[in-house]
Design a protein around this ligand. Structure first.
Ligand code: DP6
Length: 326
């Protein structure tokens, strides 16, 4: 029986987005991305390899998952077995610490935690950058969840050159996100399939890669300058360009609901009244508002005209991965 190892990874929200692969097997992205890791949402995963098992056993919130649903995780465990020489199947227990069905339990924290716990349990002792490369093979956004604060994923051109590293951690200035948690209709298309369709069919894709690369340079500088206005402006424009790609795909799709547009309008109205806040959106209806902590009360009051207090979650920059051996 191997060591029992638990890892905790926080989710991250991209400020310059990853939306398209150039190599689906190695999970190499078309462009680099920059994110902020959040303190409020995280995944805890424990892994132990056991000789008596005849298949991997994956539990989500103490419920055993059917093999078909756990396929992406067991494929990832195969990669760990291959690298470490660990011959056994594993018991995996994973808990998402996010509001139930909030749609914020992204694969980012999940695969970052699995990479860390799984590799250590298998006897590997990887550096954070090696862990970031490994997590990438599970889900692109997980590449960045190894690190706290602001992180940048370098697109790279092969397995070795595509990894994230910290840009700024800890974050010692006033920036936070308010997650507006909206009721999801059935997800129109997964992020994996959505971005693949966009790369294959959007005539605007080359312009996206070009502007995203420019956004990376500007965002890096804005973070270095601790300039909330620039971070917010670049993030908002970048997010809307990503969603414009979805509208320009064939067939077109989008992740917005009516409430998404209500939240966007609320942010625009707040800004028109002098409050410094911006929005970003991912592959779902939720809106994340980028703002300073000092403006939380006025933003919360404005949003509560449309949304229940329980739908509004204030989150601050969060830490990188932590690993415990039992
Ligand atoms: C919109 O990381 O979920 O959140 O690599 O196929 O697992 P796969 O996709 P995933 O895509 C995340 C897309 C995004 C933007 C981002 O996090 O950069």
């Amino acid at each position: 029986m191997s060591k029992l190892v638990t890892a905790k990874a926080h989710t991250n929200i991209a400020l310059v987005k990853y939306w398209g692969k150039k190599d689906a097997h190695l999970m190499l992205p078309q462009n680099g991305s920059i994110s902020l890791t959040l303190d409020h949402f995280y995944t805890e995963t424990s892994v132990q390899f056991q000789p008596e098992l005849t298949a991997d056993q994956v539990y989500f919130d103490n419920q055993l998952i059917a093999p078909a649903k756990a396929a992406r995780m067991t494929t990832f465990l195969d990669l760990i077995r291959q690298r470490s020489g660990q011959p056994n199947f594993a018991t995996v227990r994973t808990t998402n610490h996010v509001p139930t069905s909030a749609g914020l339990a992204s694969s980012a924290s999940g695969f970052a935690a699995l990479a860390a716990a799984g590799s250590r349990a298998a006897g590997l002792d990887l550096t954070p950058i090696e862990l970031s490369r490994l997590a990438r093979r599970g889900s692109g956004s997980a590449t960045r969840s190894i690190f706290g604060g602001f992180a940048e994923w370098h697109a790279g051109h092969d397995d070795a050159s595509s990894y994230a590293e910290p840009l700024q951690d800890p974050v010692d200035w006033d920036i936070q996100m308010i997650a507006v948690v909206l009721k999801a209709t059935k997800k129109p298309i997964s992020s994996t399939a959505g971005m693949a369709r966009v790369v294959a069919t959007s005539p605007y894709y080359p312009a996206w890669v070009q502007t995203a690369n420019h956004d990376l340079d500007e965002m890096r500088q804005a973070i270095l300058n601790k300039d909330l206005t620039s971070v917010g402006e670049i993030a908002e424009t970048n997010a809307m360009r990503m969603h414009a790609l979805n509208l320009s795909a064939k067939p077109a799709f989008n992740y917005f609901t009516a409430d998404t547009l209500t939240a966007i309008k609320a942010v625009q109205d707040l800004r028109a009244s002098g409050v410094n806040c911006y929005y970003t959106l991912d592959a779902g209806p939720n809106v994340k508002i980028i703002c300073a902590g000092q403006d939380t009360p006025v933003i919360m009051t404005a949003l509560q005209r449309y949304f229940a207090a329980a739908q509004l979650i204030v989150t601050k920059p969060g830490p990188g991965i932590s690993i415990t051996e039992h």
